[in-house]
Write a protein that binds this ligand. Structure first.
Ligand SMILES: [Zn+2]
Length: 198
């Protein structure tokens, strides 16, 4: 039996992360009640994201035009390269408006238990950039402060330092609005060792 269109839409929506069966059904009925244009725009946006978005051949970020806007922006300082695990991480750094260099997206972090080694990440592309026409002076490793992110940072440091590139790691510490009393030991220890003059 072919499921009716509402059931089919509900089933597809329920495959999205964080969307349960009930929410999926609510969304399906929302689409049904909305103007016909909305469903068409939504469908087109869904197809476009898969068909038009690809990897930037320089920084491996996701883009419609290759190279991406960040790689083409002449106001960006190409001597500074911020290495992130994912595109959402890149967007998070962008939102700070503090960084005017360029990026490199690894698309993951080293995780031997999950079968993710250096070859599964965009590390080859990173090395190619360092040896290419760009003159990169500093690589800022902004991988996540977890076991995989730290392992990746260590791996990149060992790989890049011999090439004469300055490798730095983003500082880690107590989050804004946080309470020292509740900060875990590792976070507080890092905040202390990463202290700076004020
Ligand atoms: Zn790019």
């Amino acid at each position: 039996m072919t499921p009716d269109p509402i059931q089919r839409l509900t089933a597809e929506l329920a495959k999205l992360p964080g969307i349960g069966e009930k929410t999926a059904q609510r969304l399906a009925f929302h689409v049904l009640r909305a103007k016909a244009d909305y469903a068409r725009d939504l469908a087109k946006a869904l197809v476009d994201v898969v068909e038009k978005v690809r990897l930037c051949s320089v920084c491996c970020s996701l883009t419609e035009a290759d190279p991406c806007a960040v790689c083409l922006d002449p106001r960006r300082d190409g001597r500074l390269l911020c290495v992130v695990e994912s595109v959402p991480d890149l967007l998070a750094v962008e939102r700070t408006r503090e960084f005017r260099g360029r990026y490199h997206v690894l698309h993951g972090a080293l995780s031997p238990l999950d079968g993710i080694g250096p070859d599964q990440l965009r590390i080859k592309e990173l090395l190619a950039r360092l040896g290419g026409s760009e003159v990169v002076e500093e690589v800022i490793v902004a991988t996540n402060p977890d076991i995989e992110g730290e392992a990746t940072a260590l791996y990149l440091t060992r790989l890049l330092r011999p090439a004469g590139v300055r490798v730095t790691r983003i500082a880690q510490g107590v989050p804004m609005g946080g309470d020292l009393e509740y900060a875990d030991q590792v976070t507080l220890a890092r905040a202390l060792s990463g202290r700076r003059e004020i």
